[in-house]
Design a protein around this ligand. Structure first.
Ligand code: PLP
Ligand code: ZN
Length: 420
């Protein structure tokens, strides 16, 4: 069933052809909607892809728009003011691999994005949807990184922004969410409560003409994570890795990386091969890994308590799909505690010179744990994601990363301090 729409003739979503329900398959015209009227299932973007070649992609810009023919964006997207995220480094991590006993390991380092987290990718796609639908304000509920990414994207695009965060976030994330000049509202509550509040706001006239990137624009927003799959495959020389470790907050990123790999196979851009997807959570917010370990299909919501605040979603919308993908691909979902997160941040910094935020500590910690348990194949080509910058979560390591000594500026003082 396609719903009649009045304004659709003016819309330009490139190759995207419809929204389709992930549960029952009902199709809808492209619009600012996110749930199926028939079954309340989540909607996702469906496409009519034209021909795409490796050469054409390679000749494109060094940002996510090199894949614009695979995304719900207009053909001229490159020329529109935006932050041009993506094409971040895929680092061959031989030192870390050696330490863990892995043969071939890469880190996809998304701290290199304009606002220092992977969220710039998803916001860039949501921004195009907001423009298409004529929204004047860009908004979101955020665990921190998204608020900064929305503020910056709106500033560049000349839109207003109003972002909502839980009030207990890290200082750096609060500052970044505010500095770009939009409105920042801190809510005394958990992320899940902030998210519920935003859903109410959408139904109210206050929120009319607002594009909530991860609520009413969520189907478009989510597609931005596919670019991680495309980049990893292209940077490996058009090859899908054997196994990949991905952080799980709402689970959107993980499900769309899987979608991206499947599209590349279907379009003939990479060889068809099996790959295993592993989800990573913090123990203090591990509803998906708990369900995985218990063999459940449903995810029981939890109240988060972890230093990995960017992953602290207690009621993850895409949790059941993460379980499906981990099981279907032969992967797993695992969690690590806060101590292991800090140790992993320091391990990555010490071995590869990459300072990750707590979410990166979660993925590297899970990489270590699953390698030790034998769930990850040490001979297989492995990719681990770092999705954010350690400068945003300094408190996680600040107490342990201190000067070796504090001395007066003299050789004698230095000799005394390092006498042994
Ligand atoms: C938002 C976020 C994620 C993943 O979020 P999903 O909701 O699972 O898509 C991962 N890492 C960081 C640093 C984030 O900010
Ligand atoms: Zn449905």
């Amino acid at each position: 069933m396609a719903l009649a729409s009045t304004a659709n003739s003016a819309l330009d979503f490139g190759p995207a052809s419809a929204l389709s329900c992930r549960e029952c398959g009902t199709r809808y015209d492209l619009g600012p909607i996110f749930a199926c009227i028939e079954c309340f299932g989540p909607l996702e973007v469906a496409y009519d892809f034209g021909p795409v070649t490796r050469e054409e992609i390679a000749a494109g810009p060094t940002n996510i728009w090199r894949y614009s023919k695979l995304l719900p964006v207009p053909g001229n997207v490159e020329t529109r003011p935006n932050l041009q995220p993506g094409w971040t480094k895929l680092v061959k991590a031989d030192n870390l691999a050696g330490e863990l006993g892995l043969r071939s390991l890469y880190i996809k380092d998304d701290s290199g994005n304009p606002t220092h987290s992977f969220k710039d990718r998803v916001v860039a796609i949501a921004l195009e949807a907001a423009r298409n639908f004529g929204f004047h304000t860009l908004s979101c509920s955020s665990t921190g990184n998204l608020a900064g990414a929305v503020g910056a994207a709106a500033a560049r695009a000349g839109l207003d922004s109003c972002v909502f965060i839980p009030s207990n976030l890290e200082e750096a994330k609060i500052t970044m969410a505010s500095v770009y000049g939009g409105r920042l509202v801190a809510i005394d509550g958990t992320y899940d409560e902030v998210n519920r509040f935003c859903s109410e706001l959408i139904g109210d006239e206050l929120g009319e003409k607002w594009g909530f990137v991860n609520v009413n624009l969520r189907p478009y927003y989510a597609e931005g994570s596919k670019t991680l799959a495309y980049e990893i495959a292209e940077q490996l020389g058009w090859r899908i890795p054997d196994q990949i470790v991905i952080p799980v907050a709402s689970g959107s990123q993980l499900t769309k990386i899987d979608k991206g790999f499947r599209e590349l196979i279907k379009l003939g851009l990479v060889e068809d091969k099996p790959y295993k997807i592993f989800g990573a959570q913090a123990e203090g917010c591990s509803p998906v890994s708990s369900a995985y370990k218990a063999g459940h299909d449903v995810v029981q919501p939890v109240k988060p308590d972890t230093i990995a605040k960017s992953l602290a979603i207690g009621n993850p919308a895409d949790g059941p799909y993460v379980l499906d993908i981990a099981r279907r691909t032969g992967g797993a979902v695992e969690d690590v505690n806060d101590r292991e997160v800090v140790d992993a941040i320091r391990l990555l910094a010490r071995t590869e010179g990459i300072f990750a935020e707590t979410a990166g500590g979660v993925t590297v910690g899970v990489l270590r744990k699953l390698t030790e348990s034998g769930a990850l194949d040490p001979e297989a080509e492995t990719v681990v994601l770092n999705t954010g910058d350690g400068l945003k979560t300094l408190d996680a390591v600040a107490a342990e990363a201190r000067p070796a000594a504090v001395i007066r500026p003299s050789l004698a003082a230095f000799r005394t301090a390092f006498a042994n």
